[in-house]
Design a protein around this ligand. Structure first.
Ligand SMILES: [Zn+2]
Length: 299
């Protein structure tokens, strides 16, 4: 009995010591695939294709360079959310072992699963431009076959804007984004100039890009992350003003039919549905549900 008591005291002391050690900021990373170094085509981002293997390795390596920079700048904890397709792209043991990995889908907050008010900063790695951007590698918004545009309070949003507003809901600023040059421009126009961006490639069309030399790309990712965390105090969280009006413009009129079964969604023209919400997270979840319904095909 006495031994058990001593063991319990030792365990408590060790965990207190461990918690005391973690004094630096906690950082959240959402990582997509289209904006990863080397990726220029959907075959590289689809698990069906033999080209997928190398791309998922590059994805882990881009993230690892960012994680290294964050720890150099004093991060105490890093959580990575795999945010592309199956969300099982990063082979778990390929990630820097200091970071936690959220893997798999579906997740209630999708590309932002796991974010909450305990984080001090958020980083987007491998992000891409919104649907209808030229020239940008694999531009789309959430679902290439379904979504033509998403507007919140009248502003057209790429995924980076929709997701930054989720971080903003929890008062967490987005401090850094990586992707192609056009995505970096889009990110700064929405999130502001204090955002650190690292372009690992320049699109030469939707399916072609000039990649930075590999070592240079990884160096910029690492240094960018370090700089971003060091100056995180200069960035404010991205918060939109309620009520939130979500407009979902679909690629075809048929895709607007099932979403209107949800009484909150109103069809405002043949291929657009809209709804309002006082709570951004509730609105975002409804938006995802409507996109899911729109994607059900009957032909
Ligand atoms: Zn993706």
């Amino acid at each position: 009995m006495k031994r058990i008591f001593v063991a319990v005291v030792v365990i408590i002391l060790l965990s207190v010591a461990q918690a005391a050690e973690k004094t630096g900021p906690k950082v959240y990373i959402s990582v997509d695939m289209e904006g990863i170094w080397g990726v220029v085509h959907g075959n590289q981002t689809s698990s069906e294709s033999p080209e997928y293997g190398p791309a998922r390795k590059w994805m882990a390596e881009d993230v690892n360079a960012v994680i290294a920079g964050l720890f150099e700048a004093g991060a105490a904890e890093v959580v990575v959310n795999d945010s592309h397709g199956s969300m099982r792209n990063i082979v778990a043991d390929a990630l820097d072992p200091r970071a936690s990995l959220i893997s798999g889908t579906p997740k209630p907050l999708s590309m932002m699963q796991g974010i909450d008010g305990s984080f001090e900063a958020c980083v987007f790695v491998g992000y891409h431009a919104r649907a209808g951007t030229a020239s940008a590698v694999l531009d789309h918004t959430i679902s290439g076959g379904v979504v033509r545009a998403i507007r919140v309070n009248g502003q057209e949003m790429p995924e980076l804007g929709l997701n930054a507003a989720i971080a903003g809901y929890f008062n967490v600023p987005v401090i850094m984004l990586t992707g192609d040059t056009e995505t970096c421009v889009q990110a700064k126009s929405i999130l502001g100039d204090a955002l650190v961006t690292v372009a690992v490639k320049e699109a030469q069309g939707r399916y072609a890009a000039k990649n930075l030399p590999l070592d240079e790309a990884r160096k910029r990712l690492r240094e960018g992350a370090r700089e971003a965390l060091q100056k995180k105090g200069q960035v404010t969280a991205f918060r939109l003003n309620p009520p939130f009006k979500f407009e979902l413009e679909l690629n075809t009129s048929a895709q607007a039919e099932l979403p209107t079964l949800i009484y909150l969604a109103k069809r405002t023209n043949p291929r657009t549905v809209e709804f309002s919400s006082d709570d951004y997270l509730k609105g975002f979840k409804l938006l995802r549900a409507l996109i899911g319904l729109a994607g059900i095909s009957y032909n």
